[in-house]
Ligand binder design. Structure first.
Ligand SMILES: *Cc1c(COP(=O)(O)O)cnc(C)c1O
Length: 458
């Protein structure tokens, strides 16, 4: 795998999976043993070449981190230990708590804040919504459910919030109908005047506003809401202030980027992903909660087979399983601990600044080129643009993205900005340089010129 990473530039970013290869993963249960070396050969030939490609510097789709080899080695150590971090008295939990303490420090949260590793920000946001629900209506909801609930809880987020926020409200029983989607300004930041307007009209209608979700980097454009402004509203209105910092919040590691996140230190809860901008191998989502008692009250449950003790293996209460839905948990903290120790946050922060500079470079090239059009202001490291053409501009740009992906030279994704299809380059990989950005531009122009002539999708 070290060779794979070292020579990754010689590979296509991604390639379509040939049918015969896909069919090798539709066979019956292996009742008899196979030589390890044969299974490893299958991995090398049938799996490795057909991965999604996010380790490759040309990968710019969605929000995928590039990973790093220190994290990769730490994963092997963690797998060797085979620790279960649901609870009990052992140092792996102290390592997780160390990372919780580091995050409290980084984000200016109180030292006693609680935190938990989870798969990703989808679950981190969900946990935060559940704790916010406890803060609003108490722990009885755990037994009674939302059915007997007379108050109609309402949450607020911008139209650009990630889809997992609505899902979190659905899973919490509050319902996505009770998420108010607030309009954004020309920089894709939540309009605070609109937010205040909706809170007031909800109160007038007898509803119960309970939570505002701010974005520290939206998934589409990287926009950062006015977090101080949102914190002011939440303080005045006595609402829970949650920040979805999945892709952007760890920009706090950079002294240069940190001012953009002003106000994040006032959040009640924060979701973030180490597996994105911080280059930790998947998966490493994380939730940080200002009030540990509330988080514990939301999840802790007695069970006779999880009895605690003052000494012995069952000591060390409270346990991580008291702070979230998972009982068995792997040792995600180790790869984060290793990576942060080996590189230090300053160096990681510098990598993030570099990706923002590359995004600015891409923005300048787009603005200087008559065939290209910028679709949204560049706030961090995400650039949305498109190829200009007279007819069927959405179809042509959708096809450009697919053609670039299939060519293997780069892998952008697509999204919609104000209802129009955009090519989206999210520069999260620390291996990406100006060379890959130039390759993306060159491929966009080449395929754009071809597809425009056809006038419609192939
Ligand atoms: C990626 C992302 C999520 C979802 O996080 P997962 O780790 O994929 O579960 C939520 N919000 C934003 C802004 C994201 O970028």
């Amino acid at each position: 795998m070290l060779d794979y990473v070292a020579s990754i530039r010689q590979r296509p970013v991604w390639q379509p999976v040939p049918e015969p290869i896909a069919n090798r993963f539709r066979v019956g249960l292996p009742t008899e043993p196979t030589e390890l070396s044969n299974v490893y050969d299958s991995f090398s030939e049938d799996i490795l070449p057909y991965a999604v490609g996010n380790s490759h510097p040309g990968f710019m789709g969605w929000v995928h981190g590039g990973g790093n080899v220190v994290g990769m080695l730490a994963e092997m150590l963690a797998a060797g230990l085979n620790s279960n971090l649901g609870g009990r008295d052992h140092v792996p939990i102290a390592v997780e708590q160390q990372v919780v303490q580091w995050m409290s420090e980084l984000f200016g949260f109180p030292p006693a804040s609680s935190g938990l590793f989870v798969t990703g920000s989808s679950i981190a946001n969900f946990i935060a919504i559940l704790v916010a629900r406890t803060a609003a209506i108490g722990v009885q909801v755990r037994e009674r459910g939302m059915r007997g609930q007379v108050e109609r809880l309402i949450a607020y987020a911008s139209t650009d919030a990630h889809g997992c926020i609505a899902k979190a409200l659905e899973m919490s029983g509050i319902g996505s109908e009770n998420l108010r989607q607030i309009a954004v300004d020309s920089h894709h930041r939540i309009r605070i005047d609109q937010l205040e307007h909706f809170i007031a009209s909800d109160r007038a209608a007898g509803n119960t506003p309970f939570c505002v979700i701010g974005n520290a980097g939206t998934v589409d454009t990287g926009a950062i809401d006015d977090l101080s402004g949102l914190a002011d509203v939440c303080k005045r209105e006595e609402l829970w202030f949650h920040v979805d910092g999945a892709c952007g919040a760890l920009g706090m590691m950079s002294a240069e980027l940190a001012p953009k996140f002003k106000g994040i230190e006032r959040a009640d809860s924060l979701a973030l992903d180490f597996h994105k901008w911080a280059q930790i191998p998947y998966d490493a989502g994380f939730v940080l909660i200002r009030d540990p008692q509330l988080q514990q009250a939301t999840f802790a449950a007695p069970a006779k087979y999880l009895r605690r003790a003052q000494r012995g293996l069952a000591a060390g209460s409270p346990w991580p399983c008291d702070f979230g839905p998972d009982l068995s948990r792997n040792f995600k903290a180790l790869k984060v601990w290793f990576t942060l120790k080996v590189y230090g946050t300053r160096r990681l922060g510098e990598l993030m600044v570099t990706s923002c500079q590359l995004a600015r470079y891409l923005e300048r090239q787009i603005q200087a080129h008559p065939e290209l059009e910028l679709m949204a202001p560049v706030s961090l490291n995400i650039v949305c643009f498109r190829y200009r053409c007279e007819r069927q501009v959405d179809e042509v740009n959708s096809e450009i993205v697919i053609a670039i992906q299939e060519s293997g030279v780069a892998a952008p994704s697509s999204t919609e900005i104000d209802g129009q299809v955009a090519i989206r380059a999210a520069l999260f990989n620390h291996r990406t340089t100006q060379l890959e950005v130039d390759t993306l531009l060159e491929a966009t122009l080449r395929f754009g010129r071809q597809l425009k002539l056809i006038g419609e999708p192939r």
